[in-house]
Design a protein around this ligand. Structure first.
Ligand SMILES: *[C@@H]1O[C@H](CO)[C@@H](O)[C@H](O)[C@H]1NC(C)=O
Ligand SMILES: *[C@@H]1O[C@H](CO)[C@@H](O)[C@H](O)[C@H]1NC(C)=O
Ligand SMILES: *[C@@H]1O[C@H](CO)[C@@H](O)[C@H](O)[C@H]1NC(C)=O
Length: 241
């Protein structure tokens, strides 16, 4: 089982791009706002936008892709991260919050990709001035190699029940008190970790298996597999900048 980590240490520009190495990658679409059709071993670009929940809705009612100019996200208080994981690999995306506080950009995030075949997740609560949710699982669902759907997989706080460091918000998110975070004087590294899983089929109708692996392993236990997380973050940092 191949496991890879992708990290963004600080979102100081409005767009940061985080690419995996390109061996075996036949997908020439690099923008998260264009349509791609992928096969196993391809990279796939998608974005995560941080903004206020309302910023993702047009006319207060219709949720649009962050690529849609009608939202004018780029002129509102928002941040964008672009990732390019390999499809069907278990990947952990990390966003270092030392110099980036999601609550100061509205506190919600949406994952998205595509133009004509645009898919976007619902907005997920990340942080406000009291709480921060640091662990997420994002499922990318494909059909014949085209992204159909992006959704946050939640476990109803099963992964943090009985752990007094966490608060269960709305029966779905394990949150940490902001006051426990390092940048607020506490001791916890409140960086965000986003576990990716791929489901469905590639353009040759081969079935993606990483979703099955993630489900088998359960959300938090996966972090144990990234024992060299800090080292790999450092080396990726050196590679990208
Ligand atoms: C915005 O929503 C209102 C009320 O639902 C509706 O009357 C109006 O036509 C909508 N405007 C646009 C541009 O869609
Ligand atoms: C985030 O960045 C800080 C400062 O560079 C570093 O000390 C910390 O280990 C990083 N956290 C992660 C999860 O990489
Ligand atoms: C932060 O979010 C939590 C959960 O939705 C809510 O209970 C709390 O009132 C919010 N705090 C602030 C300051 O907005």
């Amino acid at each position: 089982m191949a496991i890879r980590t992708h990290s963004i240490l600080a979102l100081t520009l409005s767009i940061l791009v985080c690419f995996a190495e390109s061996g075996g990658d036949t997908n020439l679409v690099y923008s998260p706002c264009n349509d791609a059709s992928v096969q196993k071993d391809d990279g796939f670009s998608f974005g995560i936008a941080f903004a206020a929940r309302t910023a993702f809705f047009f006319n207060n009612s219709l949720q649009l892709s962050p690529c849609d100019k009608r939202l004018s996200l780029s002129s509102s208080n928002s941040q964008l991260a672009v990732f390019r994981p390999k499809v069907d690999e278990i990947s952990l995306l990390t966003i270092n919050t030392t110099n980036f506080s999601p609550d100061s950009y509205g506190g919600y995030m949406v994952a998205f990709a595509g133009r004509k075949y645009a898919a976007r997740s619902i907005p997920a609560f990340v942080a406000n001035s009291t709480y921060i949710v640091t662990s997420f699982t994002l499922v990318l669902e494909f059909k014949k190699g085209r992204l159909q759907n992006l959704y946050w997989k939640r476990d109803g706080c099963a992964s943090c029940s009985g752990n007094s460091n966490f608060v269960c918000l709305n029966n779905q998110d394990c949150a940490i008190r902001m006051s426990s975070c390092k940048n607020q004087g506490g001791s916890v590294d409140c960086s965000l970790g986003i576990q990716l899983a791929f489901s469905g089929t590639d353009k040759h109708d081969s079935v993606f298996n990483s979703w099955y692996e993630v489900e088998k392993l359960r959300q938090y236990s996966l972090y144990g597999l990234y024992s060299n997380l800090r080292d790999s973050l450092t080396s990726q940092y050196n590679k990208f900048f």
